[in-house]
Design a binder for this molecule. Structure first.
Ligand code: NAD
Length: 775
């Protein structure tokens, strides 16, 4: 065996050390699968002969075990279902044999045990994690559109009970620190790293009769099975909770987890429950959504975080001191993340009061962190001491990077940059946090345009993981590399884009918001628009998001964009959006959440209390009926609870939409679901054609992590590449889908193009697929 090192001590305890000879991490790849039966056989032999008295499973890698082999999983198609089922069942039989060896088996978890790694540990009698820094355990499969199919669902349900298993572990995909895993019951003990194996052996000696609870007589699942009246009472709320968690998005994994957990719990025999789990896993792994999510959250994320777009031959830079100019909402928060990462920060504003107020943002966050036990007095004080409020440019004299976040105005920024440049060292990186102003144009205000770059953060900076790096025409490779090194140092995920109005993210998100406002202008019920946004899987529905971003800003960006388009000789069809925005601002004074009135009403605490009645009464929304809301939703394979929510929304408050009593040319609900997705994806493709984007990974990660493009799609570009026409989108008269043996494309780029053409015919030229896609 090359994967499993065998080491037996004088007490008859066998230590199995997992160490894949061909990879830096252990995964459930062919080597593992191929050698597991041999390992099991050898163990069984050693137990039978009385040689082996116990088994410790550990790893020689930095991590314990990384999990499933994503490189092979992402390739699996429905045709592979049978082969995958066989493979998984083989592995499960191996793990089952290990937990029924007849001697105590302990997992000595020396590093991260996620997914398959934890599943191996769950098939032992006792789990001890080391206190190694950053060690994580959990079952994050759901975040890749999968379920823990190596026994994870079945064993966690039997260990923690259905409710906790689902809500704490399986549907959240949470990655637990060792202490939290201990509290939740996923592991049994935490030991100092250098005493891990000793602790495992000690437990074996003290527990010679160990066996799994489910192999003991009279075992009952904690909290009972679904037939238990007490649990049955709560069961109906599970699907609703799961739906709430995924906000109605068409994500099959959480639902499959729910089914596997509940059905498995009803089966007394654990082997049968494991088989049920396999069935649901195979369905997910061979489906579309898991591929999208594996692509985005594994490969694309790795590309971005691993410096995929970083110029290769530039030496890595380590930053010591940030000059943060502008201590407003963004500047204050950027200062915080930099100080948290150990950098010194000069936080400069015009008045000392403003600079100090900027620092108080960090003080607030640290006070909270202290209260929650997430930091210590000492660390917190040191962090805050690193932030120096200032009004003096000369304080920037020893900064190795400056980020400017003053008001969004070119003239002001030019003026500020002249002063910054005069104060900082010659080799200081010059970054602007502008959200829309072209970097090349801003760079005309500095003497060193090659050192100038866009470093675009997202609000709230301390929570949002993404940073958009924008290269101006003259930005050098060294500056790009340095900006990426900085992003890495503050532990953010970067995407790299070329200069354009709104860059990539701000430009594309506008198409989501605009499409919703177009619908409103068309007379569609706002509650239906929001329901469609939720069903598309957006984390926040469009009108709610527009309220958060504020209509004043929308008007400003809209008029700038329009002016630019007109200057370029383009005719602008805004679909009535400008009129809506103008009326909302000038007639009804409803800019958004900040003012407590927008598309929604807000109470005194700033909480949404419902859509503003005036949208129907004053703006005439709701007069257009939406075709077949009810059956469309049900037919799309989406969740019935989500369908219920959509119907309720559709019925509220004007009673339009769902129902069959609508004109033949009425927009279909599924069109409303897909329109914003297509609008954003098409604009992304334009960014690719124009060279604003240079990799699919940047497109996908930027869209999901920066602007809330639905995670199940795998991002804007993956959505096009792996498009899968929903059943609810009925084909044009007389056409037969390729998947049913016809020749009408429903999948991939061709399927996307066909559907875009339909939307263009029905809703306007903006959906006309680009030539690059047709090719
Ligand atoms: P803000 O109004 O909260 O803060 C701007 C700060 O700059 C104010 O404190 C102001 O006093 C200060 N300032 C103005 N002139 C200055 C000068 N000469 N020297 C030093 N400080 C000066 O604005 P904000 O929301 O933090 O946005 C700042 C920048 O970040 C803008 O370019 C904006 O487009 C961009 N941005 C904003 C967001 C967002 O969500 N708000 C997101 C990404 C990027």
């Amino acid at each position: 065996m090359s994967m499993f090192k065998w080491d037996q001590d004088g007490d008859g305890i066998v230590t199995i050390t997992m160490d894949d000879p061909n990879q830096p991490v252990n995964t459930m790849n062919d080597t593992f699968q191929g050698e597991l039966p041999e390992l099991v056989e050898k163990l069984q032999g050693a137990v039978e002969s009385g040689e082996a008295k116990g088994v410790v499973i550990t790893s020689a890698k930095k991590t314990f075990f990384a999990g499933g082999d994503i490189k092979s999983m992402i390739k699996s198609t429905p045709e592979d279902a049978e082969a995958i089922t066989k493979q998984i069942n083989g592995m499960k039989a191996g793990l089952r044999a290990i937990e029924t060896l007849g001697v105590p088996v302990v997992a000595a978890i020396n590093g991260a045990a996620l997914g398959g790694g934890l599943e191996i540990a769950l098939a032992t009698h006792h789990r001890i994690a080391s206190d190694a820094k950053g060690l994580k355990v959990g079952l994050p499969e759901v975040t890749l559109g999968l379920l823990p199919g190596g026994g994870g669902v079945t064993r966690v349900v039997r260990m923690l009970g259905i409710q906790d298993a689902l809500m704490k572990v399986l549907t959240t995909g949470r990655q637990f620190r060792a202490e939290d895993a201990l509290k939740t019951g996923l592991i049994d003990e935490v030991a100092p790293a250098d005493q891990l194996i000793d602790a495992a052996k000690k437990w074996i000696k003290e527990n010679p009769e160990a066996s799994q609870p489910w192999d003991q007589k009279g075992f009952k699942i904690p909290g009972g099975t679904p037939t238990n009246p007490q649990l049955a009472q709560f069961l109906p709320s599970f699907p609703a909770n799961v739906t709430k968690q995924i906000k109605g998005a068409p994500m099959p994994a959480p639902k499959a987890i729910l089914k596997a957990a509940v059905e498995g719990a009803q089966l007394k025999n654990i082997e049968e429950a494991l088989a049920v789990e396999t069935r649901y896993f195979v369905e997910l792994v061979t489906g579309t959504t898991s591929k999208n999510m594996m692509q985005a959250f594994f490969f694309d994320l790795q590309y971005c975080n691993g410096g995929g777009s970083r110029p290769k031959d530039v030496e890595k830079k380590q930053f010591k001191k940030l000059g943060m100019v502008g201590a407003g909402m963004m500047g204050a928060a950027i200062a915080y993340v930099a100080a948290k990462a150990g950098m010194e920060v000069v936080l400069k504003d015009i008045k000392m009061e403003a600079a100090e107020k900027g620092k108080s943002y960090s003080e607030g966050l640290e006070a909270k962190a202290l209260k929650r036990g997430k930091t210590t007095e000492e660390k917190s004080k040191a962090l805050l001491d690193r932030i120096k409020p200032s009004v003096d440019y000369s304080d920037l004299s020893d900064c190795d990077i400056v980020i400017e976040a003053v008001f969004e105005n070119t003239e002001l920024k030019h003026k500020v940059w002249a002063e910054i440049e005069a104060a900082v060292p010659e080799d200081c990186v010059l970054g602007s946090n502008t959200s829309t102003l072209p970097i090349t144009e801003l760079a005309t205000g500095v003497k060193r345009p090659k050192d100038f770059i866009g470093i675009h953060f997202f609000s709230p900076v301390d929570k949002m993981p993404l940073v958009e790096i924008i290269k101006g025409e003259e930005t050098s490779d060294e500056t790009l590399a340095a900006a990426l090194d900085f992003t890495g140092q503050i532990r953010k995920t970067p995407i790299v884009v070329n200069d354009s109005r709104g860059f990539y993210t701000s430009r594309v998100i506008g198409f989501f918001l605009n499409e919703a406002m177009r619908m409103l202008a068309e007379g569609i019920d706002p509650a239906v628009i929001e329901a469609a946004g939720r069903q598309a899987g957006y984390p926040a529905p469009p009108l709610q998001l527009q309220d958060e971003l504020n209509l004043k800003l929308a008007r400003k960006i809209g008029s700038e964009t329009r002016a630019a388009q007109e200057a370029a000789g383009l005719t602008v069809d805004d679909g009535g959006v400008t009129e809506i925005v103008d009326k909302m601002l000038d007639v009804y004074d409803r800019p958004g959440k900040l003012e407590g009135k927008g598309f929604y009403e807000y109470n005194e605490e700033g909480r949404r209390t419902g859509l503003w009645r005036g949208l129907w009464d004053e703006l005439g929304a709701g007069k257009v009926k939406v075709a077949d809301g009810e059956s469309t939703v049900a037919g799309s394979g989406l969740d019935s609870a989500a369908a219920g929510a959509a119907q309720k929304a559709a019925a509220d408050p004007s009673g339009v939409a769902a129902g069959s009593n609508v004109p033949a040319d009425a927009p279909a609900f599924i069109d409303l679901v897909e329109r914003p997705l297509f609008a954003e994806a098409l604009e992304t493709q334009k960014c690719i054609d124009e060279g604003v984007l240079t990799s699919d990974a940047d497109a996908n990660i930027g869209s999901i992590m920066g602007i809330g493009f639905p995670a199940w799609t795998g991002g804007t570009r993956q959505y096009i590449k792996n498009y899968d026409r929903p059943a609810a989108a009925t084909l044009p008269e007389g056409k037969v889908a390729d998947r049913d043996g016809g020749d009408y494309p429903t999948r991939g780029v061709a399927g996307f193009v066909a559907r875009a053409e339909e939307l263009a015919a029905k809703y306007g030229e903006r959906f006309t697929p680009l030539e690059s896609l047709k090719k």
